[in-house]
Design a protein around this ligand. Structure first.
Ligand code: BTN
Length: 241
């Protein structure tokens, strides 16, 4: 693994994307920072970071012959890899909140921001940003956040957590070309609140529904109260509880 260690940066995803444009970046390059001042989350959100307690890093993966319709499969692969690593570290009650938040119980432990470089109908490369709360003891103003420390009740070594996860992500993405059917099945089995009645909102209203799975393009399949099945894209639906 080619690891670039920074003392501080706005966003590791932005740094890695800029580096990709400027240089012929080695496949599997990882950028890790000790401090991230302008971390970005999904849909324009900001991402919380606490030095010496949080992990923020981004992985660059080059692809050849992968079509744009596989963008969601990349997120699936990364989410499952994180879930497996965190399980090995002994974190209880793990699940993937669609599309790719890693939950411990009802709280968010880890966020993933995948940004793909597209050329025509193909994905040329991906920058995969991981924000993981490791040793945080509290989260001011973020009642739905947790850390590895808070959920497992014991301490973790940031460097060890980083190298385990980064190596595993690079390894799994090097084998990404195989068996997506199996990958999607595992992802669906790991979905947060799957097969339970939940409250959702769309642009118009709140409604009850049951998460049943996902489509291969990433849409969430929800059974609504009259028994019909509907599929939603990311901005079309919000899981309230
Ligand atoms: C989310 O859940 O909204 C995604 C959060 C992703 C945060 C990580 S931290 C490292 C990388 N750099 C960023 O600016 N964002 C990602």
């Amino acid at each position: 693994m080619n690891v670039i260690k920074l003392s501080a940066i706005g966003s590791t995803n932005d740094y890695l994307k800029a580096l990709c444009k400027e240089t012929d970046l080695q496949d599997g390059t990882v950028v890790l920072t000790e401090e991230q001042t302008q971390g970005r989350g999904q849909m324009g959100a900001t991402w919380f970071f606490e030095p010496s307690k949080s992990l923020a890093f981004s992985v660059f993966k080059r692809f050849d012959g992968i079509y744009v319709d596989h963008q969601f499969a990349i997120m699936v692969q990364v989410s499952l890899t994180l879930l497996n690593c965190l399980e090995q570290f002994g974190i209880p009650d793990l699940a993937i909140k669609w599309p790719n938040d890693i939950m411990a119980g009802d709280k968010k432990l880890c966020g993933i921001l995948v940004e793909n470089q597209l050329k025509g109908s193909q994905i040329k490369g991906s920058v995969i940003g991981i924000g993981l709360n490791v040793m945080n003891g509290s989260f001011k103003g973020l009642p739905k956040a947790t850390s590895m420390l808070l959920s497992a009740g014991n301490s973790f070594d940031l460097e060890e957590v980083f190298s385990t996860i980064a190596e595993e992500i690079v390894f799994c993405l090097n084998h990404f070309y195989a068996d997506h059917y199996h990958l999607f099945k595992m992802y669906e089995e790991s979905l947060y609140r799957k097969d339970q009645v939940s409250v959702f909102s769309d642009q118009n209203e709140q409604f009850n529904g049951i998460i049943r799975g996902v489509q291969s393009n990433g849409e969430l399949r929800v059974e609504i109260e009259d028994g019909t099945m509907k599929s939603y894209r990311l901005k079309e639906i919000k899981l309230l509880n």
